[in-house]
Design a binder for this molecule. Sequence first.
Ligand SMILES: *Cc1c(COP(=O)(O)O)cnc(C)c1O
Length: 395
Amino acid sequence: MDLIRQLQGELDGLAARGLRRFRRTANTACGARVNVGGRELLAFCSNDYLGLAGDPRLAQAMAEGASRYGAGSGASHLISGHSYAHEALEQALAAFLSPHVPQARSLGFSTGYMANLALIAALSASADETEIFSEALNHASLIDGMRLARAPLRVYPHGDAAALAGMLAASTARTKLVVTDSVFSMDGDLAPLPRLLALCEQYGAWLVVDDAHGFGVLGAGGRGALEHFGLRSEHLVYMGTLGKAAGVAGAFVCAHETVIEWMIQRARPYIYTTAQPPALAHALLASLRIIDSPEGAQRRARLGELAGVLSETLALRAWRLPPSPTAIQPIIIGDNDAAMRAAARLYESGFWVPAIRPPTVPAGTARLRLTLSAAHEPDDVAALARAVNGIESGS
Ligand SMILES: *Cc1c(COP(=O)(O)O)cnc(C)c1O
């Protein structure tokens, strides 16, 4: 029992430092209002930006997919798990992104975490000839992909294209991989993708873009960060997730068809895992049709409207709402305990908003990370903003 006691000691240490995390159990579909332990809360914490996760049309499509293809895929894609639904989804996503990716092909994954592991490992297949350049605030799954790749790694400061330029100029590696989130998940700000892409073209590097928070949200057509900035290049390797704005689960990589074929042959996190249930791919086809429709555009417009209501109704004195063009709208408080207290007070008042502390964010920038969804009404956002105003003035 020494092993158990040792772990228990570690857990007690986390609790003593206020760092032990816990889960709240919801009884209802993801949406603007969720039921937790019999209480209805107004939720500003999910990544369901377009309000599709609880949409009955997607649940219906999933049921239809399950009745057609069964519950599970039965095997990995390369053995026998690749269904017509997976194939149709890959083709639809490639067509959707084709304005931005020449000779686009896409490849589906069960999660974005797996997609990032696979694409970084595949592109740096020969570790001794590869160098990776990573943005300082990249997502954990990108960082773990780089660990798996075992290629030399250089980290450039957040948003600092000039620093990246210096590193690329000094590199003698045959394969250079620049890896970045498009939308940073704790701030909602955007990477300077046009400058990064220009550098990648100048130095013959790949630009890996993780658009987890941009796909479906950014760009008039919902094509994400590449559409937002009007980018198109063979140097782009795009990763979009399908469990956030798309409302289901899964992810895809979209790139030149040769890159995708290489991944199918070489990416171990693609090859050695069971294919996602086909019913999910079937539901995602329905989700993509909504994203790519006038209704999708209305949902994106709603997000902009809600961000406007938030900034107009908040009347902050010391706390700050930095400008964010995305659905991620953090309120920077600074002090850890003050952020925790604010989240607890909001929770008591019926608002579910997570507090984020270091080391997830830099010291002194503890915050409420609130996320907007097209499922919210303007009045929901105004009510939250008034509650935040009241807590700040009383604190
Ligand atoms: C959520 C997220 C992922 C992981 O995607 P999952 O489909 O949830 O595994 C990857 N990158 C970023 C930036 C994310 O926010």
